[in-house]
Design a protein. Structure first.
Length: 390
């Protein structure tokens, strides 16, 4: 009986939190991206980069464990909204990270930020949230969408291309990149061709382009549509006559499938695997060792997101309850990222170098090589319209 009374007392103390120490509550992160359909490779690369970053720090921020809840938005804004609400209301996450496409970001942005949940974008950077619709609860680690094409517009001008054709899918990001290209391009735009977001066959449009004989073509097609686009571009003989400047057509996702077909294609981006800094080389080596492939920009930005959170949580001793304090810390940080030193502007978008890469032969493989940095330490075009406050 004496032993039973002692056991009962221990159970009672444990039930009221007075016995053995309770398990530490984790920092909960909902990671939302595309994990199904033709764009699944993009979301998986984002998640793989994010998880690799967490692996580096033993899946904890300043001693506090991290729990990641993976969610597929299916490239459907209505699904994304339901997922965001579930993550906020039921899972009570501290942070929602990811966001592959701009239409998904635009759908969930007001829901997440109005709930005072931190929204950590690791790919999509649509123009509205860089400007008037910005929120203190957003941090976009990748870039504003226009910037990838702005750098190509400047490069095209510097190369003396007098007239170009622009092609992109008809949704927010497609509109942003075309706007960005025209912002810095000083030649003549022969035609803008907007295609449905789910289009995979571009033979009709490219036959028309061939008849126009432009000095260059600019195209934005992320994921599987980009692979089809480039193959048809080459099949029609355009690669032999017309320089191709792209955003998200040739990258770490598509190179394994394209290989030699991608050679000589130009890419506007913030990051490439050849960037010569210690953080980047460690990232590329670890990613290749773990996943047996070269990472993409999607993975690189997601990895940088973990580096940002790690530095911020060091100053809060691993606590996530005071969001305003955490945001104040994040907006002042300069982190050693895979892109080099990375800091944020007034709208919580990065100030960073925008580069041009070229797909070139490296033995039997095709790799991306940095060839120019036309826009060093540049800030997006919309930041002046952002008047955020808590």
């Amino acid at each position: 009986m004496k032993h039973l009374r002692s056991l009962s007392a221990c159970l009672a103390l444990t039930a009221f939190g007075l016995g053995a120490p309770m398990a530490q509550e984790p920092i909960k992160i909902g990671f939302m991206a595309e994990f199904s359909g033709p764009q699944a490779g993009l979301g998986q690369d984002m998640l793989d980069g994010f998880m690799l970053g967490l692996e580096k720090i033993n899946h904890q921020f300043s001693g506090t464990p991290v729990q990641v809840i993976r969610e597929d938005s299916q490239l459907k804004p209505d699904v994304a909204v339901q997922v965001a609400r579930r993550l906020i209301e039921r899972e009570k996450v501290d942070i929602i990270a990811g966001m592959t496409f701009s239409n998904i970001m635009m759908a969930v942005h007001p829901i997440v930020t109005r709930s005072k949940t931190i929204l950590l974008g690791t790919n999509a950077g649509p123009s509205p949230i860089a400007g008037k619709a910005c929120s203190p609860y957003q941090f976009i680690v990748s870039r504003q969408g226009d910037q990838q094409s702005e750098v190509l517009g400047k490069y095209a001008t510097e190369q003396g291309y007098k007239n170009v054709v622009l092609m992109a899918p008809n949704y927010q990001a497609g509109k942003d990149v075309i706007t960005g290209f025209k912002r810095f391009y000083q030649g003549r735009v022969v035609e803008e061709i907007n295609t449905p977001i789910d289009q995979f066959d571009f033979s009709v449009e490219l036959t028309k382009v061939s008849s126009m004989k432009p000095d260059a073509v600019f195209a934005f097609y992320p994921g599987s549509p980009g692979i089809n686009f480039l193959r048809q571009f080459r099949q029609l003989g355009l690669m032999d006559t017309t320089p191709l400047l792209t955003v998200a057509v040739v990258d770490g996702i598509s190179l394994p499938a394209l290989q030699a077909s991608a050679r000589n294609v130009l890419l506007g981006s913030t990051w490439g695997p050849d960037l010569d800094n210690a953080v980047n080389q460690e990232f590329v080596n670890r990613f290749q060792a773990k996943y047996k492939r070269i990472p993409s920009e999607y993975a690189a930005s997601s990895y940088d997101a973990v580096l940002l959170l790690d530095q911020a949580f060091k100053q809060t001793q691993g606590k996530a309850d005071d969001k305003e304090k955490l945001i104040s810390i994040m907006r002042q940080l300069t982190i050693d990222s895979v892109r080099g030193p990375l800091k944020f502007g007034n709208n919580h978008f990065p100030i960073q170098d925008m580069r041009v890469f070229k797909a070139v032969a490296d033995g039997q493989d095709t790799v991306l090589k940095t060839i120019a940095t036309p826009l060093p330490q540049t800030q997006d075009a919309y930041h002046a319209d952002c008047k955020m406050k808590f």
